[in-house]
Design a protein around this ligand. Structure first.
Ligand code: GUN
Length: 292
């Protein structure tokens, strides 16, 4: 079994990006500038956005954190987004999800200028992705592709089973794994809450990508020998023995599934850090596209 070490690979990527930024600075060019909008005080969301901003500092990007109250109206939020669209200094921005109930996610995502949509959630970018056109690929699926590529995991002709059909992970992942090229050329099955007899499907899988948010969902008896397992789950589970009072748990029963797997991502230290590294990569792409 080989660990797909997202922590290490994400550091490699950040070093590569930092080198590009150093060259930009040496040439007197503007460095990439990412803005992140967070609405409300959800602890996990604040942590994720904080990590994104910290990663910007680490590679030499500029960053702006826009913190808004949970009571903000949809109209006010749309005004903030329009401000970021118009701000020439900002190359790309994200609106952290989930959003409070009074706000329609889809309206917000549609309001983001596609050329600044470094999350790749705008329908124009999502459509381009599905059509193999150059665009921003959502950071978590992009990070998974990068991990598979850097560890040279064979995907062509393999049966990839994606568990969960979220717009952020499962749906784009199912499209990307079936695209032409590497990583890709997989035969993909997208499973979700209405899928019957899921174990019958997962035991046929060469590659399993779980994005459910149900701790220890994927058990050893649900996988075959030499399976490749990508665990996107990051659920906080109460744990009094830790300093923070919780620990992060994936969707996979790692202890037992890892005994059968050929490659597997740990949680934490697998997909999570890759998501942040790929957001930086998309922001660099946004800056480079704005130069032309
Ligand atoms: N919430 C969970 N993952 C993401 C992400 O990749 N982008 C945004 N904007 N919100 C998220």
């Amino acid at each position: 079994m080989q660990l797909l070490d997202g922590k290490k690979i994400s550091e490699d990527i950040k070093n590569e990006i930092a080198e590009v930024v150093n060259k930009m600075k040496a040439n007197g060019e503007k460095v990439p500038h990412l803005a992140a909008v967070i609405v409300g005080n959800d602890g996990a969301s604040l942590t994720y956005v904080g990590s994104k901003v910290k990663a910007c500092e680490r590679v030499g990007f500029e960053s702006t954190l826009v913190k808004l109250p949970s009571t903000i109206s949809e109209l006010e939020l749309l005004k903030v987004i329009e401000g970021l669209n118009q701000d020439d200094n900002i190359d790309g921005f994200i609106v952290q999800l989930p959003l409070p109930k009074q706000i329609d996610d889809q309206k917000v995502l549609m309001a983001i200028d596609p050329s600044k949509d470094v999350d790749g959630f705008h329908p124009e970018n999502f459509g381009k992705m599905a059509l193999d056109m150059t665009t921003f690929i959502p950071a978590t699926p992009f990070g998974i592709l990068e991990l598979l590529e850097r560890y040279n995991v064979e995907t062509a002709g393999k049966h990839t089973v994606v568990i969960g059909r979220s717009h952020i992970v499962g749906r784009p992942m199912s499209i990307l794994m079936g695209r032409k090229g590497f990583p890709g050329n997989s035969t993909v099955t997208l499973t979700h809450s209405h899928t019957k007899n899921i174990a019958q499907i997962t035991t046929q899988a060469d590659i399993i990508i779980t994005a459910l948010g149900v701790p220890n969902y994927l058990k050893a008896e649900m996988v075959k020998d030499d399976v490749v397992v990508i665990d996107v789950g990051i659920t906080r589970v109460a744990d009094d023995t830790t300093e923070k009072g919780y620990r992060i748990t994936g969707d996979v029963d790692f202890e037992n599934v890892s005994k059968k797997a050929s490659f597997i991502t740990p949680v934490p230290g697998g997909v999570g850090p890759m998501t942040i590294a790929m957001l930086l990569k998309n922001t660099l792409l946004a800056r480079e596209m704005r130069k032309t």
